[in-house]
Design a protein around this ligand. Structure first.
Ligand code: ATP
Length: 586
């Protein structure tokens, strides 16, 4: 619409000028002298007029410009020639003036309304405004999520059982004057099922589920987040009993006094609004707020005060039995072959979250479908796991020399692992390239470990360096293929020396740098120890790594024949399983 008005205005102005034939001022004066001008209109410095004897009937108009130097004789000449003279004001007409004055404002208001509409459409499918809450009433399938769909997490489920009871039968608690927690904080690494647990809690209690992500609150304009919070709590109160779920609460609830003055106004206002809403719950309002975070350490203390998120529910990465159960939940209803052993998959997936395991089952199904099969077998599961850990299998153009080097490298890891007193069980060795890796040696502990002894970690270092040691032993030179091993070994050694007090020289002291944030981003912390200590730390890391390298070398020199046998078997078969490895090394 604005465009149309602008184009129209410009067109009108242009047409007026184009219709009159412009002539030089001197020619105009000559025409006056010749008595050929009937009338003129003077408007500012412009003169427009009509000829008395036009050359053609359609061509009776002209225009010219007055010179800047005043022409004192012009009026006398015009009067002598009996030209009708009229003068027009140069001011625009009232309407044009109004239009010109209000046009910029109309434009600004128009753009504002347009952006409001677009933002509303983008984020809230049902329309709605810029400051409206993006909290969504749960879709019907959300309500169908139950505790049965969640494997493991037994203690978290037990913690939330009380909330379910309260949402279902609030009277039972009120009668006895019991105070139920208003807010619970779900803490755990990404993908451990925090969202799933919140949904299932609403599902079990049969109440509406409002969910929003912390980062969605934080917008460009100060105050928008706070009004979204207000709106969401209003909706939930109206629908009470209800459950509110705030994901990624750390994005609004980070501690407010960062050392770089990262007091982000918008975040602070939003956080204050959440706190105010929670403080303002009335007795009869049955609304429980669950918030999730994987960074509980950075949360503002105000969030954790009594009456707010004063209960913590911890969700850990699943242990072996839980991993097996999660695999089973996601394998439910899929055609699985009898040879599938979920226990062995669970053993080989230490460190996987629930989301990773769900992804693994789906990947296995995709692989089976890609091979045009009707059911999923053990190999599909194992390949899916390797794909997730290492990346897609790839065809690499290996020279015989490179292949031999890779075989010795992997055999070096495996041999060291086999003969180190604290080495984990060897599951597989392969020289089939995947992702960035040319080969892989896979080990997994018999049981998940929560704590690592110094001896275990020293053996781990020797195993990590074992590949490079074998290359040096056989080919008398190192290669770039060990880069990732070195990185991991250095990282581990740094932790052992700097954080876990495993250096006799430094003693039981931790030199861990505390995390700093600036505008929500993590930044390198300033060093909290002296230059002298830094030098000792570096020297200790080098000492530890070199000692581990020597231990790996000693094992490989002692069992050189087994190293050769293992490498030869790898070159021939490319992949060796647990039994084949044991047969060669035992
Ligand atoms: P984030 O911190 O990244 O938001 P989250 O902890 O909220 O992650 P969810 O989104 O709940 O994790 O989990 C992702 C998916 O992983 C779930 O939809 C589910 O399929 C699967 N999953 C996670 N934990 C479990 C579990 N214990 N049992 C069954 N499935 C699980």
């Amino acid at each position: 619409m604005w465009l149309a008005i602008t184009v129209m205005t410009v067109n009108l102005l242009v047409r007026n000028n184009a219709e009159t034939g412009e002539i030089p001022y001197s020619a105009f004066k000559q025409q006056v002298r010749d008595g050929n001008i009937q009338s003129i209109v003077i408007r500012g410095s412009e003169i427009r007029g009509v000829y008395r004897f036009p050359k053609a009937e359609t061509d009776n108009r002209f225009s010219t410009m007055l010179p800047t130097i005043a022409d004192a004789q012009l009026m006398t000449l015009l009067e002598e020639s009996k030209v009708v003279v009229s003068v027009q004001s140069t001011e625009y007409s009232t309407w044009v003036t109004i239009l010109i004055n209000i046009f910029p404002w109309l434009l600004i208001i128009g753009l504002f309304l347009l952006s409001r509409q677009m933002l509303g459409k983008q984020f809230l499918p049902g329309g709605g405004g810029f400051t409206k809450s993006r909290a969504r009433l749960a879709e019907p399938e959300d309500i169908h999520t139950r505790y049965d769909d969640i494997a493991g997490l037994n203690s978290a489920k037990a913690d939330l059982q009380e909330v379910i009871e309260y949402l279902k039968f609030p009277q039972k608690f009120r009668r006895l004057g019991a105070k139920i927690p208003k807010g619970l904080l779900l803490m755990g690494p990404p993908g451990t099922g925090k969202t799933l647990l919140a949904k299932a809690t609403a599902g079990e209690a049969g109440v509406p589920f409002f969910s929003i992500t912390g980062s969605e609150f934080v917008e460009m304009f100060v105050g928008v987040g706070a009004s979204r919070v207000r709106d969401m709590f209003l909706q939930a109160r109206a629908a009470a009993p209800a459950l509110i779920f705030i994901d990624e609460i750390d994005s609004v609830g980070r501690a407010r006094s960062g050392m770089f003055g990262n007091n982000n106004d918008e975040r602070e206002q939003t956080l204050n609004q959440i706190l105010a809403e929670m403080d303002g719950f009335k007795e009869e309002e049955t609304v429980v707020v669950l918030a999730a975070t994987n960074r509980p350490d950075v949360l503002d203390a105000a969030l954790l005060r009594p009456g707010r998120f004063d209960r913590k529910v911890v969700l850990d990465l699943p242990q072996k039995l839980a991993r097996q159960a999660i695999l089973a939940v996601h394998a439910r209803g899929k055609p699985i072959e009898p040879d599938v052993n979920l226990e062995s998959i669970a053993l080989g997936t230490v460190g996987f979250s629930g989301a990773d395991l769900a992804n693994l089952v789906n990947e296995a199904a995709l692989l089976a479908a890609r091979a045009e099969k009707n059911s999923i077998n053990q190999a599909d599961f194992e390949n899916a796991r390797d794909k997730i850990i290492l990346g897609e299998r790839r065809e690499a153009l290996f020279s015989e020399e490179e292949k031999r080097r890779t075989a010795y490298h992997e055999a070096g890891h495996a041999l060291t692992a086999f003969f180190m007193p604290h080495g984990d069980t060897l599951r597989k060795i392969s020289i089939i390239p995947r992702g960035r890796a040319l080969g892989v040696t896979e080990q997994s502990p018999k049981e998940d470990m929560l704590n690592y002894s110094q001896h275990y970690l020293e053996d781990r270092l020797a195993i990590l360096l074992g590949g490079r040691v074998a290359e040096n032993l056989v080919f008398e030179e190192a290669s770039s293929g060990a880069a990732d091993d070195l990185k991991q070994a250095t990282h581990l050694a740094r932790h052992m020396i700097q954080e876990w007090g495993m250096s006799n020289v430094l003693g039981p002291v931790t030199y861990r740098e505390t995390e700093q944030t600036f505008l929500g981003q993590e930044v390198s912390p300033p060093r909290v120890y002296s230059e002298h200590t830094a030098e000792i730390i570096d020297a200790e890391i080098t000492r530890l790594i070199k000692a581990s390298e020597q231990r790996a070398l000693a094992v490989q020199q002692q069992y050189r024949d087994k190293l050769d046998k293992l490498a030869a078997a790898l070159l021939e078969q490319e992949t060796l399983g647990e039994e084949e490895i044991t047969a060669i090394l035992a």
